[in-house]
Ligand binder design. Structure first.
Ligand code: IVH
Length: 687
């Protein structure tokens, strides 16, 4: 029998059924390949093939939203934005761990357990040893194998509902590989060292505050209102336990180790550094092995966790004041050694800050030879009264740069005084400006130490958008002496690049095209591209809106710059200082001479496009949006007939929240206003 949906074999299915079947197939296939890629690290299809299947699924899901499955891989991206995080009461409290910092304390833990269980002192207990991940504890609930809820630990009793954000973690399956009725999986969300480093580099470029460590970064990323931001942060999760569960009889496990394997076979990510040892001395050896491995691990740990392996014994031991009696965290201590300061070097970072670095007589601290330690800044040097020749205590903990803790004894030559940072930049000789705790070279556009970062920022997508001028190329061009400042980009000649390694005629042509295209750029992006300290996209936009063009900004004094739109004195002074330096002005002049001609970007608000979702509605913005500067978002609202408010009041239609929102967000929560994220905002304006 023939049918119009074109099925073979005489099946009589409607197009709907066919779509549903294909959606099911694609969902399962993509979930399987995600598992192979992220969990087994052994993909069996190419990225291209994967993308093709993902696109087909996206197309069908869009056309047949009624068949989108809860475990669809498309649920990892974007998705609904929670108004604020709801509360989740953990069925079984999430406990914390008792800590031990020495071998003695660990032996005492073992002795106590034996006393409690009535074992002889000489008897050996089986322990299961794991890494102690330094991240954020979460709980993920699976019902009938499907991820239905994820929450933070919170106070152990109640946490925050961060389901949408946890769904974006690629190592967390949306559907289990095993048929499990109900399970609460517990584990730690982490940001690996590499992702942490590049996130902070990105934030530095954008003038945003930096995360102090990967743990804070992971925690901040999980608490984003927009899951799309969480997704970009590349988090990972390692499971280490189970809360409540209901599983089939043949899946029973009797030990912690079996439980971890059970999780693994269900598709849950567990770390491979797990070991069952007989007797506490085995756990101490595991600690020593891990301490040696610690530096080479891609993520941060702060010790190991020693757990009784036998689950029956775990139950018998129970818990005492919020920690189980059957487990202990054996933590690394910060390691310190004494050394001599041979010299003090002053390095100039990408943002012009002078950092004093102590050059030490090489010293072995916890297995690593330390030759340099940071002295942070002049204030720290003064406080600790540090100088060349001093005998000092040096500390190294985790991934942090070693630092000088204190002076043990002063060197003979420089008995009293502390080291003083130079008044001129050691890199380019420009005068150094004292800027709070920082000593800074203000020669932002021409100081060789700052220049590479400045050029990469200048060319980046959200600045001048010069495609093809990334870090590697900039590095090569700088090494060849072809670019010494951002203006030199526009004076490159054909043929300059074709000799560079990995650079053919075609890529040279493409680069020249994008350099040419970049000459015609909006003024706010040009200002942002200059990389003036503290001037991110939003402030660049404000400056252009208020002053119209560069001339106005250049002439303004600190007071005018700071007070007009409330950006504060620190930022005002930074802008003022930038335009007081002849070398910066000279670079800008050369940019203009080369044909860079920024235009003022305005949306004609008189030509209103009637958009019912926005027309006549009031909006307020807080936090940083990804795809727009604040000014652009506000202009779009105005152009569509909406009203932009500056203060939170009871009658507001939308509160649009970006990353790291300010107090407006708290007020909006209190007033129970309609809070939306960037994705929802985008779909409103699309209408
Ligand atoms: S077991 C009942 N195992 O440490 C035992 N915790 O200080 C509770 N942590 O909140 C946790 N790695 O966030 C366990 N392998 C591991 C761990 C681990 C890190 C964290 C966890 C917990 C905290 C307790």
């Amino acid at each position: 029998m023939k049918n119009d949906a074109g099925f073979k074999g005489g099946e009589n299915k409607t197009a709907d059924e066919k779509a549903k079947k294909r959606i099911d197939e694609l969902t399962d296939t993509l979930n399987y390949h995600n598992y192979r890629y992220y969990m087994l690290e052994d993909p069996v299809i190419s990225d291209f093939e994967f993308d093709k299947l993902a696109r087909e699924l996206a197309y069908l899901e869009n056309k047949y939203p009624q068949y989108v499955r809860q475990d669809s891989p498309s649920k990892r991206v974007g998705g609904a934005v929670s108004e604020k995080f709801g509360q989740v009461k953990h069925k079984v409290p999430m406990l914390s761990l008792d800590n031990a910092y020495s071998r003695e304390e660990v032996l005492e833990f073992d002795a106590k357990i034996k006393r409690f269980l009535g074992y002889a002192a000489a008897e050996n207990i089986d322990y299961e040893c794991e890494l102690k991940f330094d991240g954020l504890a979460v709980e993920i609930v699976y019902k009938n194998g499907i991820l239905v809820q994820g929450s933070t630990r919170g106070d152990g009793i109640t946490g925050e509902d961060v389901t949408a954000n946890l769904r974006t973690i690629n190592t967390l399956p949306l559907k289990l590989l095993k048929d499990i009725d109900y399970i609460e999986v517990r584990g730690e969300v982490l940001m690996d060292k590499r992702a942490f480093k590049s996130l902070n580099e990105e934030r530095l470029k954008e003038g945003l505050s930096l995360f102090a460590n990967p743990r804070n970064a992971a925690s901040g990323s999980i608490r984003q209102l927009d899951p799309e931001i969480t997704r970009k942060r590349n988090l990972v999760m390692f499971a280490y336990g189970i809360g409540d569960y209901y599983i089939k009889n043949d899946d029973v496990f009797n030990t912690q180790f079996e439980m971890m394997n059970f999780l693994k076979t269900a598709g849950i990510n567990i770390n491979k550094n797990i070991k069952v040892v007989n007797g506490i001395s085995g756990a101490v050896s595991f600690f020593d092995d891990i301490a040696e491995k610690r530096e080479s691990l891609p993520f941060e740990i702060d010790g190991i966790v020693i757990k009784i392996n036998d689950i029956k014994l775990q139950k018998e031991l129970g818990e005492i004041s919020k920690s189980p009696r059957w487990a202990i965290a054996y933590k690394f201590s910060a390691k310190q050694e004494v050394s001599d300061i041979i010299d003090i070097e002053v390095s100039v970072g990408r943002t012009g800050i002078l950092t004093p670095v102590a050059i030490l007589k090489p010293v072995n601290i916890g297995g690593v030879i330390v030759r340099r330690a940071t002295l942070h800044n002049q204030d720290e040097i003064d406080k600790k009264n540090i100088n060349i020749g001093d005998k000092v205590l040096v500390e190294r903990s985790g991934d942090v740069i070693p630092e000088v803790v204190k002076v043990i004894s002063k060197g003979k030559e420089k008995e009293d005084g502390a080291f003083k940072l130079p008044p001129v930049c050691p890199c380019c000789g420009s005068p150094v400006v004292i800027d709070g705790a920082a000593h800074r070279c203000m020669n932002e556009l021409a100081c060789p130490c700052q220049i590479k970062g400045a050029i990469v920022h200048f060319a980046s997508k959200r600045a001048m958008d010069i495609e093809g001028l990334g870090e590697k190329i900039v590095d090569k061009l700088a090494k060849k002496g072809l670019i010494k400042n951002v203006a030199d980009i526009y004076y490159l000649k054909r043929g300059d690049l074709s000799g560079l390694e990995g650079f053919g005629e075609k890529s040279e042509k493409n680069l020249f095209n994008s350099i040419e295209k970049s000459k015609n750029i909006s003024y706010d992006r040009f200002i942002y591209a200059l990389g003036i300290r503290h001037v991110g996209e939003h402030i660049a936009d404000l400056l252009v809106k208020y002053f119209g063009s560069l001339d106005g900004i250049k002439k303004a004094d600190v007071e005018e710059l700071s007070s007009k739109f409330g950006i504060g004195e620190e930022i005002g002074r930074s802008i003022y200082n930038f335009f007081r330096l002849d070398s910066n002005i000279a670079v800008i002049e050369r940019l203009f001479q080369a044909g860079v001609s920024p235009y003022t970007y305005t949306i004609d608000t008189s030509k209103k496009v009637k958009n019912d979702a926005v027309y006549g509605k009031s909006f307020i913005f807080t936090g940083t949006l990804n795809g727009f500067t604040r000014g652009e978002a506000e202009d779009i609202v105005k152009a569509a007939g909406g009203i932009v408010e500056k203060t939170v009041k009871k009658k507001l239609d939308y509160v649009v929240v970006g990353s790291e929102p300010g107090s407006k967000y708290d007020k909006a929560v209190k007033l129970k206003l309609n809070i939306i994220g960037e994705e929802e905002f985008k779909s409103l304006i699309k209408k």
